[in-house]
Write a protein that binds this ligand. Sequence first.
Ligand SMILES: Cc1ncc(COP(=O)(O)O)c(C=O)c1O
Length: 439
Amino acid sequence: MKTKLSIGETMNTAGSTLLERSARVITPALHIYYPITIASAKGIYVRTSSGQTYIDFTSGLAALNLGHNHPRVLEAVRSQLLNFVHTGGIYLNETTVSAAEQLVSITQQGLDMLFYSNSGAEAVEGALKLARYVSGRQGIISFIGAFHGRTFGALSVTSSSALYREKYHPLLPSVYHVPYPYCFRCPFNCRPESCTLSCLTSLKNSFEHLISPGEVAAIIIEPVLGEGGYFPAPNSFLSALRELCTKEGIMLIFDEVQSGMGRTGRWFAAEHHGVAPDILVLAKGIASGFPLSAVVSRSELMRRWPEGAHGTTFGGNPVSCAASIATIEVIREEGLLEKSSLIGTAAIARLGELANAHPLIGSVRGYGYMIGIELVDSLGKPDTEACRKVLDYCLSKGLILISCGVERNIIRFIPPLIATEDEVNLALDILEAGVKTLS
Ligand SMILES: Cc1ncc(COP(=O)(O)O)c(C=O)c1O
């Protein structure tokens, strides 16, 4: 019998494939997107052990904004490794404080103090705890379709798929979910031209029927819906949400774990709207693949969260912090926000033309290098199968992309910010050919 090998995989001496060894020791709960075994990676490329090269436009789930193994990041990490690796918060150290200074220098005005954690979910937990602590209220409002992570608090505010919540109930109490302004499939069947912000009305209705605003600690939202469908919330909605939160004394939490750190052509997606949160959650691209996350807020709020109210062993790890400083420096020095913004805008225009010619593409949206391409059938319904076929086609041509959305019918186009115009166009050529094979 012929043993099935993953792409680029070799068999070990005991005759087991990596796929088999992995299946033996790593729980199937952990989803592996592609059975590709990589041996090395650099910039926008990954290379398998058998020598195949792929363009990686998954950016390590939107974490590798500088691509793989950026030399400046490696250099910073190496020099930190030579000094020390871990403090456990027992001592102060220059790198961890410098990274915090750098991070608050890129966040919107007023967000000037942070708490470090390790992952997006952990930082979401911290944000929810901070909001409850300083407001003295319990209620939390989140949006249908949101993804905020897998730990209990984060999962309680996540609803991008019922699968993620299945068999984990009861989750955190006093969490209410209201419709996200996903205008392409408006939950109220409105058109953008005739939008009256029914989503906001629905949120306000929840104050009448479910929880009084005076009991709501926080409203948490992704300014650009990530895992749930790569859809940016409209400006009018975010501005109105900001006003509502200010009026009711509710903490507005922006989860920019996926949309932050330059992904949308600005440091943070909220900058496209001129709206600032009370609490900002950062992770993924913050340290170019090293585990680091942060809850950022105004010092006036943070100072009401006293010593011992929250804590961490690994958060603010100096190696990750060294990577974070280098990441911010490279993005600044190489003008990657401006470059990715320009190239991303052109890519969206090109994809828009493709959509005009091919009804399979129902919608193209996004900013910078955070682009969602929604595939639909002839009735305008999500076309999961077509999406899988297009992704398979791209893979066969050496381009790795992933999907999102509950129906897995939306292609995430998320190149590393270092991807040049030519590289983005090459990927678009492949994607375009893939779409044409189905049209
Ligand atoms: C918007 C958002 N928040 C939170 C998370 C959770 O991050 P992590 O997987 O690092 O816990 C993710 C992960 O995809 C995310 O996209």
